[in-house]
Design a protein around this ligand. Structure first.
Ligand code: URP
Ligand code: ZN
Ligand code: ZN
Length: 471
């Protein structure tokens, strides 16, 4: 099967050029001006930009949490992602008390039959001992080249600093990138106990009990541990200006440190948690202040931050009331679980579908970020860092034909209907966006055509990743 995308403007991280793209089966076979091929099905991209499909390296699908489960699975999450121009996502494997290989096998058994776009996995390391140390080097054989550790969630997910150091030291030797969730778990636990004892149960106390200084301190601690362990480091969901400063410091001092931020931290503040529906904005780490938004934008513009991910982890706002999803009623317990107590509100929010169109409107239309840097932050860099490049993240001969035809003039009043996440709200409800994908291809197959969904459960594949690049 051949498809010829004609008359578009091809945008990669490196260049912008008027060119046609010929797709044969699943990959790109030619990129040139005025390609002719009588056997190919023609897709006219006049007036459109031709972007590599987005790569979102931070999503949580069907994640059990706080008495419920994140509301998108690998089918519904992948579908929403595709409508927003993303064709690859990386989810996390929780470390249950079985071997790492068994954890991965179980996760894949759940995800492989459902996934509607290509996906891979990071391994959470939340329990460390000699057995785990012996199993870590085996992860690359399973296609997994990144692990996540936590400096918060005491008694559940957190590893002590010595264990993080050991994980990094083993990981660094065996081609694994350590991702760190950087908050101060001890301080958070003290502040939460004090807040609850004082009857402070509203959503804003979620932010107030997780102070920004904890992240500044924990991100520098993570960088120092990585330096001492001779390991690369990736700071996830950076939300605080001071964290960007620590990342810059680490990079200036030769640490192989990189990081991501997420759209929610660029557009919202802790003031949103004071709204009557403030629970919608609860995630960890929390929304911060305007000055933090400024620091994050600076980091994206000057290259200190390499990636814009989502940390997509959606819950219903009101899980008592069903929504219609593909014609069927569905309700999943969500934020209402914490109506009386912020500590019971599931942490996380939707974002997979929103990332590209929202960021394009705010970053590219305003002139802050060029279309090439947009591709770099949302597709090329995550593909490079997580060992998927140039199969994913670019448009080259031999790359997978994962392509978003992007209409920079298309105007949309955005919200829950457009996003298609399997949840009942969207953070960007009513936002006027300009710039939106009109057709999306996954390995040469059109899976989104305007408002039409052509993808399917199992249409995506598990991606075996290689050790990534240090950027
Ligand atoms: O609130 C969030 N972000 N939930 C997902 C888990 C995590 O730490 O990324
Ligand atoms: Zn995290
Ligand atoms: Zn996360």
């Amino acid at each position: 099967m051949k498809t010829l995308i004609k008359n578009g403007t091809v945008i990669t991280a490196e260049q912008t050029r008027a060119a046609d793209i010929l797709i044969e089966n699943e990959t790109i076979s030619q990129i040139a001006e005025d390609i002719q091929d009588e056997d190919a099905q023609i897709v006219d991209a006049s007036g459109l930009m031709v972007l590599p499909g987005g790569v979102d390296p931070h999503v949580h699908l069907e994640l059990p949490m706080m008495g419920t489960i994140s509301a998108d699975d690998h089918y519904t999450g992948g579908k929403a992602a595709a409508f927003g121009g993303t064709t690859t996502m990386i989810d996390f494997v929780s470390q249950e008390p079985v071997s790492l290989a068994e954890n991965v096998a179980r996760h894949r058994a759940m995800a492989d039959p459902k996934t509607s776009i290509d996906y891979s996995l990071h391994m959470n390391i939340t329990r460390y001992n000699d057995e785990v140390a012996e199993e870590l080097p085996d992860l690359p054989r399973l296609g997994i080249t990144s692990i996540k550790v936590f400096t918060a969630y005491n008694g559940r997910l957190r590893l002590d600093d010595g264990s993080i150091f050991k994980v990094m030291r083993v990981g660094g030797k065996h081609g694994l990138l350590t991702m760190v969730h950087a908050e101060n778990g001890d301080v958070i636990d003290i502040l939460i106990a004090e807040a609850l004892a004082a009857g402070k149960t509203a959503p804003i106390h979620h932010a107030l009990t997780r102070p920004a200084w904890g992240e500044v301190e924990a991100s520098l601690r993570a960088a120092a541990l990585a330096a001492q362990a001779d390991s690369p480091l990736y700071l996830v969901h950076m939300n605080v200006s001071g964290e960007v400063d620590q990342l810059a410091y680490a990079r200036e001092h030769g640490v192989a440190a990189m990081g991501e931020t997420c759209p929610q931290y660029l557009f919202f503040t802790e003031e949103d948690l004071k709204r009557p529906d403030g629970a919608k904005w609860i995630c960890s780490p929390p929304m911060r202040k305007f000055v933090d938004q400024e620091g994050l934008w600076r980091g994206l513009e000057n290259g200190t931050i390499q990636v814009l991910a989502t940390d997509h982890c959606p819950f219903f706002f009101n899980g008592r009331k069903p929504i219609l999803y593909e014609g069927k009623e569905i309700a999943i317990p969500g934020k209402e679980l914490g109506e009386q107590n912020f500590t019971l509100i599931p942490n996380g929010l939707p974002g997979l579908a929103d990332r590209l169109p929202v960021f394009w409107t705010a970053a590219v239309n305003s002139g802050k970020i060029s279309p090439n840097r947009f591709v770099e932050l949302t597709s090329a860099n995550p593909a490079r860092i997580f060992g998927l490049y140039p199969k994913k993240g670019t448009l080259q001969v031999g790359s997978d034909a994962d392509i978003a035809l992007w209409d920079p003039k298309k105007e949309v009043t955005y919200g829950v209907e457009w996003a298609r996440h399997r949840t009942d709200y969207n953070l960007y409800e009513g936002w006027k966006l300009r710039g939106y994908p009109t057709k999306v291809f996954l390995r040469g197959k059109m899976i989104v055509n305007g408002q039409e969904w052509l993808g399917e459960a199992g249409g995506g594949r598990f991606l075996h990743r290689l050790t990534g690049e240090i950027l």
